[in-house]
Design a protein. Structure first.
Lengths: 257, 247
């Protein structure tokens, strides 16, 4: 039996290094059955190492395309995409229905060739931290929506990549669970500092979680505004600063009122 | 169950009251007594046929699964070329093929295995391939961001996802597999329920021939039930995950 012990997830990088994520003047067009669709046009954004950048925009503005560019799943037609290795957390949890929570969370490790026992050993201590203790062998069908999303996040975190690309991670959850999970994610990211690109259509979520919010236009998507968020953590959605920034972001989206 | 008893009753009465010669249509009580008096003869021939069906389906499952995975991996190029060939292979009449196989392999188990496997193969390939095609493309993208090799994605994601398809295909195959075994035995054999059936009719042992058919049906039903049980025990997630989720 392979007794290799997996190295712990990487520590936060040197914040002065030129690493992180850089997207510069990127165009991306898809050929669909009917006509070409331009998803991104002149899109630029950056995420410094260890920075949490939220990208908000109307639905269909090319946010998922942006993440797939960051993860190297697509190449731009024009422009520059540079990123440290990134792991994706998809919008739907996409957990494997035949695996228990531990084995689902261990999938990224198994994908790298870590043996089953070593992978489980690595995952186990995280289960408690993620509020999943006692559900180690529970299959996704028996987990609540919030738990499934936590397993999914853990799976992406344990991929050990310096960059996390989160695609509307809580969009599928009900409002109460979503708020709960946003607080939880803020807490986890405070402890496990990574470079994060968080795509969301929830402006409040962006302001509560991120260091910087990039506002995108409708398709073809490009960055139309950027908000620096310096409010101290932990943030509440009722904090005056949060409310004010939320209004500014909504205004940039053309929804201000 | 009640319906079955009523039908058996009508059948029995019809034959007993002289509606038809019992040599043409054996009444249920005669079949039942044949099942009992000829039990050792039926059983020994049943074992032969059961073996043919069992190993034939096993052969088809292994070959069909491998074929489906190969087609899945080569989906863009090979599939449009190979799929029509697979369909065409199903249109070759088994009644023509079976005697040829007997000619090549003699009165052994091999011609039967091949016939059973041939008739079972197609449904297994189709259902397995469907299960593989139904895998979420986003899941495969996710595996790529995890630096998973093609082989590891296959092992951890695609092969487990294909198993329910394999079992569904095997369940569909069970019935035709039994018919295939009988056909193959009739083309040339010295034992088996199909052979026994073929021998009993000219000897005017109609009840025994019908008893053989009853055993074949019961065998197909139990194989189907067995596969359903295997599905429940080995792949419980295939049922829970499709339906509603507990929140």
């Amino acid at each position: 039996m392979d007794k290799m012990i997996e190295a712990p997830p990487q520590e936060p990088r040197d914040l002065d290094s030129p690493a992180g994520v850089r997207i510069e003047a990127v165009d991306r067009t898809f050929a669909t059955r009917h006509r070409p669709v331009q998803a991104l046009s002149g899109m630029s954004m950056r995420a410094a190492p260890g920075e949490i950048v939220a990208v908000v925009g109307p639905s269909g503005c090319g946010k998922t395309t942006l993440l797939e560019l960051v993860c190297g799943l697509q190449a731009p037609d024009h422009g520059l995409v540079w990123s440290e290795p990134a792991a994706l957390m998809p919008q739907r949890d996409l957990l494997l229905p035949w695996l228990g929570a531990v084995d689902n969370a261990a999938l990224a490790l198994r994908a790298r060739g870590v043996s089953r026992d070593a992978a489980r050993e690595t995952v186990r201590p995280w289960m408690e931290r993620f509020g999943l203790a006692g559900f180690e062998r529970t299959r996704p069908a028996e987990l609540s929506g919030g738990m499934r999303q936590r397993v999914s996040f853990l799976r992406t975190l344990l991929a050990g990549k310096p960059v996390l690309a989160l695609d509307e991670p809580f969009a599928a959850l009900d409002a109460i669970t979503r708020q709960d999970m946003q607080g939880w994610l803020a807490h986890v990211l405070a402890e496990e500092r990574r470079t994060v690109v968080l795509v969301t259509h929830d402006v409040e979520e962006a302001v509560v979680l991120a260091d910087r919010v990039v506002v995108m236009s409708a398709r073809p998507g490009r960055a139309v505004a950027e908000l620096e968020i310096t409010i101290a953590r932990p943030r509440r959605r009722t904090d005056p600063g949060v409310v004010a920034l939320r209004e500014r972001a909504l205004e940039a989206l053309g929804l201000g009122g | 169950m009640v319906l079955l008893l009523v039908l058996l009753g009508i059948w029995e009465l019809y034959v007993d009251l002289g509606g038809v010669d019992p040599l043409i249509l054996a009444p249920p009580h005669a079949i039942a007594s044949a099942l009992f008096t000829d039990r050792s003869l039926l059983w020994s021939n049943f074992l032969v046929t059961a073996q043919e069906v069992f190993f034939g389906i096993l052969l088809a499952a292994v070959a069909g699964f491998a074929c489906a995975v190969a087609l899945h991996l080569s989906s863009r190029t090979l599939r449009p070329a190979v799929y029509p060939l697979l369909v065409a292979s199903q249109t070759i009449p088994i009644v023509i093929l079976a005697p040829l196989l007997v000619l090549w392999f003699g009165f052994t188990i091999f011609p039967k295995l091949i016939v059973v496997a041939l008739v079972s193969f197609f449904s297994i390939v189709v259902t397995t391939l469907d299960a593989l095609s139904a895998i979420d493309r986003d899941l495969l993208k996710l595996m790529r961001t995890f630096d998973s090799s093609r082989l590891r994605t296959l092992r951890h994601v695609e092969l487990p996802a294909a198993l329910p398809g394999l079992l569904t295909g095997a369940k569909i195959a069970v019935v035709v597999a039994v018919i295939g075994a009988v056909l193959a035995e009739q083309a040339g054999a010295d034992s088996g329920l199909g052979y026994l059936f073929e021998q009993s009719i000219p000897q005017l042992l109609t009840a025994r021939a019908y008893a053989a058919v009853v055993m074949l049906s019961l065998f197909a039903i139990s194989l189907f039930a067995l596969l359903t049980l295997v599905e429940r025990l080995a792949l419980p997630w295939a049922h829970t995950s499709r339906g509603d989720r507990h929140e």
